[in-house]
Design a protein around this ligand. Structure first.
Ligand SMILES: *[C@@H]1O[C@H](CO)[C@@H](O)[C@H](O)[C@H]1NC(C)=O
Ligand SMILES: *[C@@H]1O[C@H](CO)[C@@H](O)[C@H](O)[C@H]1NC(C)=O
Ligand SMILES: *[C@@H]1O[C@H](CO)[C@@H](O)[C@H](O)[C@H]1NC(C)=O
Length: 231
């Protein structure tokens, strides 16, 4: 780019053309480069039901940053969804909702969150061990897949109540939203997929989730710009 500029800078028109090229070139790289290099990049959020409970289920939610280059930087991801029915969250390990909502109709044990549309954030590093699950508690900061796949994963566990207790009666959460950390991500509808298989650490046994669904979120620079202007 600089070379072209030096050779055209002789005439006034050349200088203007050069400025224009510099400008369009820099806008191009800043708006599209990553997406073009990584057209299938996405963040996949998977829910694995690990057990059914008296009034719902326990699920482990895992977020994979499959984007080759885009990291999730401080202050980290924020995940939201809307419950399909009257579900509540009894408790969470490795993350928390930002608001409890109105749990006034509960006596005895009070849920962690009664909001119809909970917003969840990761816990910070240094969280006590008894409040951790594997891959939690990184303050929502994730590497990109190309950078370090081991650090591009984030997990938390939640216990859901007032929910279905079989794979036929459970209803999938809707309208997933992801800020990572800014706007620009659009998440598709949750879809039931093949149950995840887990291999024990000694590799001698394979277990599987009782049910698995996922939602795939993709990034758009155009959307990010439009929403940032509104912020
Ligand atoms: C999301 O990324 C994963 C891993 O690269 C890929 O297997 C999958 O096809 C992608 N999904 C979509 C909808 O792009
Ligand atoms: C999900 O979002 C769509 C469109 O944004 C809206 O029409 C619908 O009511 C929402 N559903 C729930 C359960 O909030
Ligand atoms: C639900 O569970 C039954 C067995 O209890 C199984 O055959 C079926 O494939 C499961 N469906 C889903 C969507 O996981």
């Amino acid at each position: 780019m600089n070379l072209i500029c030096l050779s055209t800078v002789g005439s006034r028109a050349g200088f203007v053309a050069c400025l224009f090229m510099l400008f369009s070139c820099s806008t191009l790289t800043s708006t599209e480069a990553y997406d073009r290099l990584d057209p299938n990049g996405n963040i996949t959020i998977k829910w694995d039901i690990m057990s059914w409970t008296a009034d719902g289920y326990v699920a482990v939610v895992t977020m994979y940053n499959f984007q080759q280059y885009r990291r999730i930087q401080k202050p980290g991801w924020t995940l939201g969804w809307t419950w399909a029915k009257k579900e509540i969250i009894w408790n969470m390990i490795g993350s928390q909702t930002t608001e409890q909502g109105d749990c006034s109709k509960f006596k005895g044990e009070i849920p962690h969150s009664c909001k119809k549309d909970p917003t969840v954030v990761d816990l910070l590093p240094g969280t006590p061990y008894n409040q951790q699950v594997a891959n939690c508690c990184k303050g929502g900061v994730l590497s990109s897949w190309a950078q370090d796949p081991g650090k591009a994963v984030s997990s938390f566990q939640l216990s859901v109540g007032s929910a279905g207790t079989t794979n036929r009666t459970v209803t999938l959460p809707r309208n997933f939203t992801l800020r990572a950390p800014g706007p620009g991500y659009t998440c598709g509808p949750a879809k039931i997929v093949k149950p995840t298989q887990f291999i024990t650490s000694d590799k001698r046994r394979v277990t599987q989730a009782l049910m698995t669904w996922n939602t795939i979120c993709t990034y758009s620079h155009r959307l990010q710009r439009r929403l940032s202007d509104k912020d």
